[in-house]
Design a protein around this ligand. Structure first.
Ligand code: ATP
Length: 246
């Protein structure tokens, strides 16, 4: 039991969730390392959502509403930390959910599918029974995607993606939106939009934003997107790392 008065309580609760997911067999060793890298950047941002991230979140939600076939990609870390919120967001937009694992094993996919099923969401894609095709014909596991999901999507939301896959998805003409605490990662730089924030804050804020935007017209949504530059937004995010404030 983590004592509630521990100064790092929230962070330790997240670590605990990540560790449990590893022990349950659906999160890989590297998923734990990725979480550690994320923690480091979260420290540097003062563990709060920055102004540039709030802008990226608004633009993302507007794009999600405007997309024809939006898909939210999930992996072990996302399942361990925010699966309830992902399902809520997917239902609100509506968007599809697809399992996409860097270290894909049948067992990990089956466990994640059963977790999502038990939450009452029955149509998760990217399962072992699903039809998979190669994006852009690139015959690599990094390019494999569900036929009715990411493969045929126009917009993919990828919390915690790796650089290679992000590049493949962007090159195939899809709009790729990453959530990544590291503004310097290849994923952050390659994606069309990067939300530099912890998924545990970013997804709930996306839900709130989606609730606000749900009755907006297409024109109003397009106005929100206007003038957004990921390159500039990443530069602004980096400026939020102020070591004097920590
Ligand atoms: P890239 O190939 O894009 O350069 P990478 O090799 O640096 O990525 P990966 O291990 O593939 O990193 O992905 C982990 C990324 O996810 C890291 O950049 C890390 O900061 C980020 N991350 C980890 N946990 C979270 C979280 N809870 N919320 C948001 N981002 C996170």
């Amino acid at each position: 039991m983590i004592p509630k008065n521990h100064p790092r309580y929230k962070s330790l609760v997240l670590r605990d969730k990540i560790m449990k997911a590893y022990k349950e067999g659906y999160l890989s060793e590297t998923g734990m390392i990725a979480h550690g890298r994320g923690e480091t950047f979260d420290y540097l941002f003062g563990e709060k959502t920055t102004e540039p991230s709030k802008i990226a979140i608004k633009v993302t939600v507007a794009k999600l509403f405007l997309a024809k076939n939006p898909v939210i990609s999930i992996n072990g870390n996302v399942t361990a930390l925010v699966i309830d919120e992902i399902i809520q967001l997917a239902n609100l937009i509506p968007a599809k959910i697809e399992i996409n694992l860097f270290y894909r094993t049948k067992k990990r996919v089956d466990i994640i599918k059963s977790i999502v099923d038990k939450k009452g969401y029955k149509n998760v894609l990217g399962t072992n029974e699903d039809d998979s095709l190669y994006v852009n014909g690139i015959e690599s596991p990094r390019a494999a995607a569900s036929k009715n999901g990411i493969y045929s999507s126009d917009l993919v939301l990828v919390p915690l993606e790796d650089g290679d896959r992000t590049e493949i998805l962007v090159d195939s003409g899809k709009e790729v939106i990453a959530i990544d605490l590291n503004p310097l990662s290849r994923t952050s730089k390659k994606a069309n939009i990067t939300i530099v924030d912890n998924i545990i804050r970013a997804i709930p804020l996306m839900i709130k934003t989606a609730e606000n935007f749900k009755n907006y017209s297409k024109e109003e949504l397009k106005d929100i997107i206007k003038g957004f530059s990921n390159e500039n937004n990443l530069k602004e995010s980096l400026k939020c790392i102020d070591l004097n404030n920590i």
